[in-house]
Write a protein that binds this ligand. Structure first.
Ligand code: WTA
Length: 676
């Protein structure tokens, strides 16, 4: 299986297992190349064929595909199948139930935070619940185009509401239930949501989180900002349903606002199971999902119906080589794009059976993932490098207690995977039998853009390998010149694929500025990339002021803003430092106001400040006192130097552009040494 090679990961190749090739959709490399060529030479013909697998109430009116990627030629736009009428929910639920005879097939095995909470939901049950919920939303006055905020843990109701929105043409805006009330408020205000759906609370491992209280605080903050768009708040009684030793327990005092709050089960009780789908345009908005921006507030990434449907359906089918008997499990949270595309839309569009997991990898024991794989005989497993690195720490023992023979394909997403973690995933989890697919993509791309195909692409640990169909990667240098062959530079894309984002919600100019201004004619990912002699792509990390902590993208500017809101802080600069599990972690330099004193307690308070302002995922690992920050004469903070201080790299190179080079020595002397 392993092509003899040196320790250099670039030279180590893993060929696709012949077992998989027997009945794979893309059975070999030659087929991949042929189809790839077709998708690039004639995208219209390629995607038209894919569209035949779905239901269109009426065909596109004009051209199948229209776009402009060049700011010099006018506004940026991408349109797939404009004028066609369809409904995403109808395509992924009704058709599975009514036309494909999948009504009794399990759509989701829901597995709760603790091992004794689980249930199976079939396609027809899912369709009924979605219709009931769609009717509830309609009753509350939600119409086509209206925005609905969803702040829920990983429970089936989350899928019900998102698809209920889609059924009636409303636009969901899901906010990860680990975000703070400030972050939730900011997102509700930006997209002017009229309904908020949340739950009483949730256990994450041992930790109890009072979601309803956070949601109330968010709505209170919206009010303070003069924004009162949310008229109704639907509350799922999640903890109230939990039974421990057969006793219904409700551990939370759920705050209640009679003018606005309704219990989910009460409104769902009388709701009809029939709901005619709203036939929307192919280019109507499907959802908004916020992602950190390197400057300013988070961006509401807007995706539209048809393109996103075609692309998530096809990537799911080919990348996970989906077959009807598969049990697929993606461990992401639906609050992130991975969950949107590869827990909800892609799998359902293929009539797949998935595991929907509420818990965390190490609760109640460190073998939880492996236990679940055995329990449901999972065949395709998709997780993040940070989870792999975390589980690696416990060694192979926890895996040995469970039977993982059902596994066929392993995937990773969210951040670069180091070859060591890749090899552990391949050797120990996959027992040298399962290809490891390193999928590179973004909230903005909607689906995988660089990825291996399991039966076709020879793998190299740490490389996202080659482009998916319809995707044309280019590497540019600083000056925007295209680099051929072996090269390293900015990763950009030359032409649209169906699921590329269409706009930043409410701010198209920001969309153009962020993604298309720097290099006219290209979509700019913000990632650096290397192409090796075989044409394989290796993501080298962000080249803007973004950080990737445990696969979550954070903006340094956002964390700095949270720190400087703290009264004692005059200035803050945040950089990344490598972390053995999280990939990267936050290292913050703070300059205090005159007369304020730095100490352990203040550092802890500042960590708390960031947690409260943004959410626990953004909690800094290090806070360092910085009497002054290294700045250029024009006052620009030199982050390169701060990064090197955080990493204890003593060779700082040229410091001549600094206004006061002595600052550097002071900062070095006060470094936070301790490992995170
Ligand atoms: C990073 C997550 C290396 C990258 C789907 C990207 C990756 C950002 C990979 C998007 C990968 C994602 N290898 N880096 N396989 N996948 N990234 O929007 O920096 O949460 O731009 O989407 O994560 O993060 P987002």
């Amino acid at each position: 299986m392993v092509v003899p090679g040196s320790q250099n990961p670039e030279e180590q190749m893993f060929n696709p297992p012949s077992e998989l090739q027997k009945d794979a959709h893309i059975p070999d490399f030659k087929t991949y190349l042929q189809l790839y060529k077709k998708s690039i030479d004639d995208p219209e013909a390629f995607w038209k064929e894919v569209a035949q697998d779905f239901f269109w109430k009426s065909p596109p009116k004009g051209q199948f595909l229209q776009y402009n990627f060049d700011v010099k030629k006018g506004n940026i736009y991408v349109k797939f199948m404009e004028g066609a009428k369809t409904n995403m929910c109808y395509n992924i639920l009704d058709r599975n139930v009514k036309e494909k005879n999948c009504g009794e097939k399990v759509a989701y095995y829901w597995e709760g935070n603790s091992c004794d909470q689980y249930r199976a939901i079939t396609y027809s049950q899912l369709l009924k619940e979605v219709c009931k919920c769609a009717n509830v939303l309609k009753y509350m006055g939600v119409k086509k185009g209206d925005r609905v905020a969803i702040y829920l843990p990983m429970i089936p109701e989350l899928v019900y509401v998102m698809l209920a929105c889609v059924r009636i043409g409303a636009v969901h805006s899901i906010v990860f239930a680990g975000f703070s009330s400030d972050s939730l408020c900011e997102r509700i205000v930006d997209s002017e949501c009229s309904v908020l759906v949340t739950a009483d609370g949730v256990y994450r491992g041992e930790k109890l989180i009072n979601l309803k209280q956070i949601a109330d605080e968010a709505l209170e903050k919206c009010k303070e900002k003069g924004n009162v768009t949310v008229k109704n708040c639907i509350v799922v009684r999640h903890l109230g349903q939990m039974t421990k030793n057969g006793v219904v327990s409700l551990k939370l005092q759920t705050p209640w606002r009679a003018d606005c709050d309704v219990w989910w089960d009460e409104v769902m009780k009388g709701s009809s199971e029939e709901c005619e789908p709203e036939w929307v345009d192919a280019e109507d908005p499907l959802f908004i999902l916020y992602t950190s921006g390197s400057t300013g507030k988070p961006k509401g990434v807007l995706h539209t119906v048809a393109g996103y449907l075609l692309y998530t359906a096809l990537t799911f089918k080919y990348v996970f080589d989906h077959h009807p008997e598969d049990v697929y499990w993606c461990t992401a949270d639906i609050g992130w794009i991975t969950g949107h595309s590869y827990i909800t839309y892609g799998p359902l569009a293929n009539g797949a059976t998935s595991v929907l997991f509420e818990g965390i990898p190490v609760h109640p024991h460190v073998g939880r993932f492996w236990e679940i794989i055995e329990k449901y005989s999972v065949t395709k497993f998709y997780t993040a490098p940070t989870a792999i690195r975390l589980l690696m720490k416990y060694g192979p023992e926890p895996l040995k207690q469970f039977n993982l023979d059902s596994l066929k394909i392993l995937g990773t997403v969210g951040e670069p995977i180091n070859p060591e973690a890749w090899l552990w995933y391949y050797n120990i989890v996959g027992q040298k039998r399962c290809p490891v697919l390193d999928t590179f993509w973004q909230t903005e791309t909607g689906g995988h853009v660089l990825t291996p195909l399991p039966a076709a692409t020879p793998l190299k640990p740490g490389s996202a390998t080659l482009p998916f169909f319809g995707v044309l990667p280019v590497i540019l240098n600083e000056h925007g010149e295209e680099l051929e062959g072996e090269a390293e530079g900015y990763l950009v894309f030359r032409q649209p694929w169906p699921a590329i984002m269409r706009s930043v919600y409410g701010n198209h100019e920001r969309f153009e500025n962020i993604y298309f201004k720097k290099f006219p004619g290209f979509y700019v990912t913000g990632d650096g990339c290397k192409r090796d002699k075989d044409g394989y792509y290796w993501i080298t990390g962000r080249i803007d002021d973004m950080l990737n902590v445990s696969g979550h993208l954070l903006s340094t500017a956002e964390v700095e803003a949270a720190l400087t809101e703290y009264p004692a802080v005059a200035e803050a600069a945040v950089v990344s430092r490598p972390h053995s599990v999280k990939g990267e972690c936050l290292y913050c330099f703070v300059t205090l106001k005159d007369g304020k004193e730095f100490g352990h307690q203040l550092a802890e308070e500042l960590k708390r400040q960031v947690r409260v302002k943004i959410g626990p995922i953004a909690t800094p690992d290090f806070i360092q006192n910085a009497p002054a920050l290294p700045k250029t004469r024009s006052g620009k903070i030199m982050r390169r130097i701060l990064r090197q201080i955080a990493r204890n790299e003593k060779d700082l190179g040229d410091l001549s552009t600094l206004a006061d080079p002595k600052v550097v020595e002071v900062l070095f002397n006060q470094r936070c040494e301790a490992a995170a």
